[in-house]
Design a protein around this ligand. Structure first.
Ligand code: PMP
Length: 308
């Protein structure tokens, strides 16, 4: 199993992780009525600082997800960020970490609904290295599971229950011997991976789907669009057809957990040369330099927490 770091924030207090427990009857556990964030903290090259990547963006998105779920919390983006920084300080990890803030309907009430169910906040952390390979290309499969539609469960919010959709997709791909799934939306257009957004490259142009394609409004996706703009790489944000996956020159998944994972094969068809493409490599190199706290123009995206 996964080893969690020893201190959690749970329903208003910092507690030992063993005490961060809820009842079996918890609304969010029964009905999936929770939302969460996934944030990475990278151990700086100095070995005594954790660089949290784009913390204010993650807390803002969490509050937006919470708002969709009609969750009411006594925190704004800033005070949420302060709690997360304090938790990192208290755990003082000397490894890369993944931080999981979790807003959940906490009443022990029977019946699916949103309004009038008490909301709570918990935050915990774990060590995390690679979630998918980043140094060699991965193999993906377009799953027969359709991405949840905005009128079913909005993909732009990180809703706990919606991850059943991701789990179906990921499992099918794994059972078939692939590393992850690509989900299509109800229009049959490319949406995203099971836990990551997707980019392709065609004729030197970087292409990704619009946020209205039933995808999570990914923070890494936004970061890459900014990098591409600054590097002078042409960008198109538009619908992507499945058949484009088969003829593109490069493709990669991106996300907080995934980072930038190059795709070498989709549905048994080689992407480009099957190796990491030049644009993917350039973006990946910059991304890893930024999150490691190297001297780049993007250092303002780091919240630096001293842990020594
Ligand atoms: N899509 C899904 C379904 C995800 O779970 C994630 C991971 N949070 C992403 C995309 C990537 O989003 P981000 O870059 O904000 O981590």
């Amino acid at each position: 199993g996964t080893e969690l770091l020893p201190i959690a924030f749970f329903e208003g207090r910092f507690v030992p992780i063993q005490e961060a427990k809820v009842s079996i009857a918890t609304h969010a556990l029964q009905y999936g009525t929770g939302v969460f964030a996934g944030i990475r903290g990278y151990l700086d090259r100095d070995g005594q600082t954790i660089n949290i990547f784009r913390l204010p963006d993650h807390t803002r998105r969490l509050l937006q997800s919470a708002r969709l779920l009609r969750a009411e919390l006594p925190y704004d983006a800033e005070s949420l960020g302060e709690l997360i920084v304090e938790l990192v300080r208290q755990n003082a990890p000397r490894t890369d970490v993944y931080i999981r803030p979790f807003v959940y309907k906490a009443d022990l009430e029977i019946g699916p609904k949103l309004k009038g169910v008490r909301d709570e906040l918990a935050i915990y952390m774990l060590p995390m290295q690679e979630y998918l390979p980043i140094t060699h290309p991965i193999r993906l499969m377009t799953t027969s599971w359709m991405r949840t539609v905005d009128v079913v469960i909005p993909s732009r919010a990180k809703v706990c229950g919606a991850y059943v959709n991701s789990a179906f997709a990921k499992d099918q791909a794994m059972e078939c011997g692939f590393d992850d799934a690509i989900m299509l939306n109800h229009h049959g257009k490319v949406a995203e991976g099971s836990a990551a957004n997707l980019f392709i490259v065609r004729n030197g142009t970087l292409i990704t789907t619009p946020v209205t394609a039933d995808i999570l409004e990914g923070i890494t996706r936004r970061t890459i669009l900014e990098f591409a703009h600054d590097l002078g790489i042409p960008v198109e944000v538009r619908e992507i057809d499945r058949s484009e996956l088969y003829i593109c020159d490069e493709a990669f998944l991106c996300g907080t957990g995934v980072q930038i994972s190059p795709i070498g094969n989709i549905d048994g068809r080689t992407v480009g040369t099957g190796e990491i493409g030049p644009i993917t490599a350039r973006l990946q190199q910059l991304y890893l330099a930024v999150v490691r706290g190297e001297d780049t123009p993007y250092r303002h995206y780091l919240t630096r927490v001293a842990v020594a």
